[in-house]
Write a protein that binds this ligand. Structure first.
Ligand code: SF4
Length: 382
């Protein structure tokens, strides 16, 4: 029997249905199933929506415009609780890393990075683990557990906003201004939930982060890219990392299925791409692997005709990684070639290096820590 990773297994589903992760229409449907007539359900749904996503409230008792009798009934019937933060690390540069537990054995990382864009970016996960085994990526070494639901993706934003004390949604001076799907997992293998979540995150009556500030990063799942552009209108980022199929097959093995020529054609056809909405190409700098001048020139040649910007990422080594980061000199020389060709190519400042910066590392460390705690407890008891 094939495992359906699109839904949480029944054993992991909360017995009380949650309204988190639903849009107004979804909340209205849940309320009619609960017993409200269609018209009041629609009105109550709009009120609850604003409490959940604009005020950040997770308790019906605080939803003061719902009516005294209705509040306890809703509390009994629906669950609004947030997932739990099992690890929370704050770097000296202000980066905050959370390991969030959605259900037993279902944990993913979320990272808040201050000082990106106008203010700060929240990097969210779309899956627990990943199937794609990119060889430079720590998450790629972890088996896929399952897709995160739309509710679980949205909950990462809510949890981070709780931690940053950023409720109700401020109209100015926000800390989280951008959301990037660059955490654990391949978002386009969980597209329906990612689309649902981006709809809620961008809604002006709630969390209100504009679609132009939501970026979905893919390793290159070509057949799903058009749908993302059409329905999600999110900004697109491509995890490129190599300029030849030979090398990309090794670094990003999904390239064997969707080679560079197909991937770049899908970028040219991406709905809404323009000079004002450029596609970001991420390029991790690996010492002696993909960082030569010739490769920088080839990158420029390949991207001709695509409204692009290039993000050079110094590799974040993790224990057991087969790669080292290119020298700063090499990264700058590479950037210069790309810059001269007219592409913006910022070098991403390494952030949070003191708190398990590589994606997936906090989860591994936490699993190891728990295993050694169990061993210690066992040896004490023996
Ligand atoms: S880079 Fe992204 S797609 Fe590749 S293994 Fe890591 S999480 Fe998966």
């Amino acid at each position: 029997m094939e495992l359906d990773i699109t839904k949480p297994p029944a054993s992991m589903q909360n017995p009380a249905p949650t309204l988190l992760g639903l849009d107004r229409a979804g909340i209205a449907v849940a309320l009619t199933q609960f017993g409200l007539e269609a018209k009041p359900a629609k009105m109550r749904a709009a009120q609850i929506y604003r409490w959940l996503y604009h005020q950040g409230v997770s308790d019906f008792a605080k939803m003061t415009n719902l009516g005294k009798e209705l509040r306890p009934q809703l509390t009994e019937h629906f669950d609004l609780s947030r997932p739990t933060i099992t690890e929370r690390l704050v770097s000296k540069d202000g980066t905050r890393k959370y390991l969030i537990r959605f259900a037993p054995g279902v944990e993913a990382e979320t990272v808040f990075i201050p000082g990106v864009g106008r203010s700060g970016a929240l990097c969210v996960s779309s899956q627990v683990g990943c199937t794609l085994n990119c060889s430079f990526c720590h998450t790629g070494s972890q088996a896929l557990v399952r897709n995160l639901t739309a509710a679980e993706i949205v909950a990462q934003v809510l949890v981070a906003r709780d931690d940053l004390n950023e409720w109700p949604t401020p109209s100015a001076g926000r800390q989280i201004t951008n959301v990037v799907f660059m955490g654990m997992g391949e978002p386009l293998y969980n597209l329906q939930n990612v689309l649902m979540a981006t709809g809620i995150i961008s809604d002006g009556e709630g969390i209100s982060i504009s679609r132009r500030r939501i970026t979905v990063s893919t390793s290159g799942i070509v057949p799903k890219m058009h749908e993302l552009g059409e329905h999600g209108q999110a900004m697109l980022a491509i995890s490129l990392h190599a300029v030849s199929d030979d090398l990309r097959n090794k670094l990003v093995p999904i390239n064997k299925k969707y080679p560079l020529a197909e991937l770049l054609q899908a970028c040219k056809d991406y709905p809404g791409a323009s000079n004002a909405r450029r596609i970001t190409f991420e390029y991790v700098m690996l010492d002696g692997i993909n960082d030569s001048d010739a490769e920088a020139r080839e990158l420029v040649r390949l991207l001709a005709g695509i409204p692009a910007k290039i993000n050079l990422i110094p590799f974040n080594p993790w224990p057991g990684a087969a790669f080292a980061c290119s020298s700063w000199q090499r990264i700058e020389a590479f950037a210069q070639i790309v810059n001269k060709a007219g592409y913006s190519s910022p070098i991403r400042t390494p952030r949070g290096r003191d708190i398990f910066a590589a994606c997936g590392q906090l989860k591994s460390a936490s699993i190891k820590k728990r295993a050694s705690e169990r061993l210690r407890a066992r040896s004490k008891n023996n």
